[in-house]
Write a protein that binds this ligand. Sequence first.
Ligand SMILES: [Ca+2]
Length: 565
Amino acid sequence: MRNKKLLAASLATAMTLSTMLSGCGNDGAQTGSNAGGNDSSSSESTASDSGTASDEGAASGGDASQESGGNREKVDDLMYAEGLPIVDDGAYSFSLFVDSSEGGNTLMFPVLKEQTGVDVEVQGFAYEIAQEKYSLALGSGDYADCIGGWILSASDVLTYGVDMGIFVPLEEYFEKYCPKITEILNLEGVREAMTAPDGHIYSIPYAIEAPLVDYNPYINKRWLENVNMEMPTTTEEFREVLRAFKEQDANGNGDPNDEIPLSGSPENLHLGYLCGYFGCSIDNNGFTMDGDQLVFGATSQQYKQGIEYLASLYAEGLVDPELFTQDAATWKARGAQDIFGVSIMYASSDINPYPAGTVPEWEAVPVLKGDGMDTPVWLRNTYGTSVLKNQVVITDNAEHPEIICRWWDNFFELDNAVMSQHGDDTIVTKHEDGSYSKIDIATLSEEDQEKYAWGNLWPQSLPKYVPAGFKVKEEVEAYQETVPRDALYEPYLTENIVPTGWPDLDNAEELSELQTAIKDYVSQCQAKWVSGQSDINADWDGYLAQLDKLGLQRLLELKGAVKGE
Ligand SMILES: [Ca+2]
């Protein structure tokens, strides 16, 4: 996905991004264990201004680099208090454990090594494996210096940070050495969200503009045209469309039997959202919002109706038989074969990347009206910005947390953020007026296109920082499919998001255990019912009783929630 033509004019006066990065040479040591690809573009570059702005006198610390201004005093005879590099080449290294398995997304690490002098040993694993290894490691004491990704939860921060001291408080390092992180913490609402109930900050902040909706069904419009039907607006019209997809040669390849009408991204199925067609749109934990009241919706009649509806689609053969069994890579590969008519996903580019200047074949399915429902609902994901407060922690195994903090602080510099998000200086150009533009990625080889695709230079699960409203100019604007989708969904969104605050310190562990047990049971039953292994009507009373047994009442009490009926 991405750009179009033209390289020209501006390039002559432009400074390529590489010159902004402090001497990003081509010998960037591959430290990542799963580092894919390594030519972090050679550069002939010279003077860098990527040091921090402060200037308490001239360089004085021993062999301080001449590239950077600012205070070049060394702390502990090791770390420069300001500017780059952070340490003399290779004088410090740390391990970074992260759930990340996408190829090529460690391309930023050699660049950061060049800038900072710090070696990072990346330990990247697919989410499920990472989760298992992470728990084992914390139990055994043999954990990395820095841990990041979706595997971390707020209650982990309370347990391993506040209670056990394995995750270390970082706010003093931020205050002393990290101007960029301080800038992020000073954005509205960020510091409050990041601060644990004991008053410390245990993680690297991650604040980012985020869409109002995260996962929803997208429909292939070419298929819709091929079967000569309109965009559905009700659940029964939707069923008719899925039937047409199944019965006809909707993808037009001559084979009327290779169509799978409805599929979904396995790690993010979010079937509970779709129950909003009948009035109750729930998250993966079973919760939803009614005004500002948190409601456990997985016990409600509307939820039950939604699952019955999905089960009826499944029973007609309209749903992917691998819905609950395939992994993400399989789903992606199958999606690329043009066999899905509708899929629940973050964006259609997840399975069908589209070039800049083109509009994807996919469009968001509207929030459908279930039987007798005039006002279906959809659970709101954000108010526009997300603050992720448990994305990266530093452990007590780290000898110098302050260096790791500075390493993150440097990563949040705009040049790095741009590069991590839009590709390296092969395709991004920084101009003298401080603006950035992007050249045509379509002119690159297919391999390079894949390599420089959006977000591919940095693990998706790790924080980055792009100031609000910042834009990289593109010669041909890439179509943003989430924008019309958000507009389409907005009238139906719950007023509020499910609260993301810290759990109560005294009950964090109990809460986490209850939540996990109940979440697992709800999703297990959901899969069983939708796939027809078991009948929801026959099971329903037993299901409610089992939820009570698992401690639902206590969970509601701890969360200040009420039960949906
Ligand atoms: Ca076909």
